[in-house]
Design a protein around this ligand. Structure first.
Ligand SMILES: Nc1nc2c(ncn2[C@@H]2O[C@H](COP(=O)(O)OP(=O)(O)OP(=O)(O)O)[C@@H](O)[C@H]2O)c(=O)[nH]1
Ligand SMILES: [Mg+2]
Length: 241
């Protein structure tokens, strides 16, 4: 309960977002260095246990979702080149709120990253699981400024039943233009040929979404994912080289 109120107070007292009025005008040529420099500006914005505590925003929001322990928080820390922006842990279930991070140069916000709690952790009581699945489905279906979903998937496990349900839930929005990326996490645990196989299987399952291999420890796929996120946040802004 105390955690709940702390989150609520943080939400109502969080500083207002200074939205970048013209994000498309910022950089001219997109390179991984530009994308990573932009992501490095990420800072904590707010945290909320439920959708209705989140501030309504107009800037593009990119949500990181996936089963518990898939590596969502670690991926955010790797992309933003910050050790502890998002809380990562060996213990599944570490992230328990929707945590938002502002991204944008000079203190202006031109996008928001959302770190969502993972699902499917066996030790979570059934009622809590159901509550969280409802919060997440509600977030994915109704969050107006949601521009992209990054589904983190450990290729050693493949898509779980809950991942499949999530894909179904977001399908209408993806068909309507929502960007979708499957990040195959912990690629360092696979051999080269296993990586190639996992990539082609997921390309068939991702329903037209993008798929990338990623490893936080080997820094594999970091440039590619950073570049994609930059492009999605600044749609139409510039050419990729
Ligand atoms: N080898 C390896 N381990 C990783 C990688 N990414 C994350 N991990 C480890 O996986 C564990 C879980 O990482 P988190 O980032 O906390 O996972 P999460 O998806 O945020 O988990 P929840 O918050 O419980 O949903 C940690 O022990 C990380 O160090 C990776 O690319 N390679
Ligand atoms: Mg987490």
């Amino acid at each position: 309960m105390r955690q709940f109120f702390a989150a609520y107070l943080m939400t109502i007292h969080s500083s207002p977002v200074d939205i970048n009025p013209n994000p498309a005008a910022t950089p001219t040529t997109l390179t991984p260095v530009v994308a990573l420099g932009w992501l490095h500006t990420a800072r904590f914005l707010t945290s909320a246990p439920q959708l209705h505590f989140l501030p309504p925003l107009s800037v593009p929001e990119i949500a990181f979702v996936g089963r518990s322990n898939a590596g969502k928080s670690t991926c955010i820390n790797t992309l933003t080149q910050q050790k502890q922006l998002a809380f990562a842990s060996k213990k599944p279930g570490r992230t328990q709120h929707i945590n938002l991070f502002s991204v944008g140069k000079q203190g202006l916000t031109d996008a928001v990253l959302a770190d969502l709690p993972g699902y499917g952790y066996a030790a979570v009581p059934r009622q809590d699981k159901i509550r969280w699945q409802q919060v997440m489905a509600n977030y994915l279906v109704t969050r107006e400024n949601l521009k992209a979903i990054v589904l983190m998937c450990d290729p050693r496990h493949g898509l779980t039943e809950l991942d499949e349900i999530l894909l179904e839930v977001v399908r209408p929005r993806v068909e309507a233009g929502l960007k979708f990326l499957v990040v195959l996490t912990k690629a360092d645990k696979l051999t080269r040929s296993e990586q190639t196989k996992a990539l082609s299987i997921m390309k068939l399952q991702a329903g037209g979404g993008e798929v990338r291999l990623f490893s936080a420890t080997k820094r594999q796929g970091v440039d590619e994912v950073a570049t994609l996120l930059w492009q999605w946040a600044h749609a139409g802004a510039t050419e990729t080289i």
